[in-house]
Design a protein around this ligand. Sequence first.
Ligand SMILES: [Zn+2]
Ligand SMILES: [Zn+2]
Length: 283
Amino acid sequence: MADILSADPFVENHTSVSIDGGFEHAWRYMTDNYTRFQIAAYGSALLHCVSYILISSPSILFRYIPFMDRFKIQQKPLSGANEMKCIRLLLVNQFIIHVPFYLGAYYYCEIINLPFSYETMSSWYITLAKCFACLVVEDTWHYFSHRLLHHKSIYKYVHKVHHTWQAPHGMVAECVHPVETILLGVGNMWGVLIFGNHFILLWAWMFVRLLEVIDVHSGYNVPLNPLHLFPFYGGAKFHDFHHMNLKGNYAPTFTWWDKIFGTDIQYNEYYKMKREEDLKKQK
Ligand SMILES: [Zn+2]
Ligand SMILES: [Zn+2]
């Protein structure tokens, strides 16, 4: 009878839907051997830090591969002083904002009694769909907050720090003033508050968000980037223009808000002009 049930495609079988049985084993090992506090607070901070380094590594390595120069969006050289400023800001944000934030995440999990167990976990494709919904929510919050940060009366106090890098690279993604980390971080929480039904969403969403924000700051428009399979995904070319121009292209992920409010006009004109120049050169 048990065999018949497990063969039924309509009965959810966590072992068969997990990408790898190793994931189930690792998750069970973690929840059996560590407390909810250790997982939510220390585990999240560690995962954030390790993911950040791993995801931004390719765009750093690309600098040493001459073949990749053809995909570089801007050809500006990096300055050593800016590199040190970036590392300092990342450390400040990690210890002053992210560690206390993940301590708060633990108390959030306790208050709403968010499950951690493998048995209560949604299928991977449900979790992925929720991450996509979180991206849509975060993109909306980010677009309007970002426009506010560019208002001339407050720009120089907060957001100017992120615009130190006119030609960004992956590590720049979270090189922002601590006030900006808090303001834009609120946008990361809305999706979890709305769609969260298991602790895994916090980690999956954190990873997806880092993948997106580091990709758009990579400085490279690499062909066959799987993230471009998502309709309306702006990517590195779209956000790089914001760093170069200081105006327009305020949304981090999708292009629809900039299209609706006409804040992508300069971007479209710039690339139209570039295409025309390229055509003239070919003649
Ligand atoms: Zn900006
Ligand atoms: Zn940026």
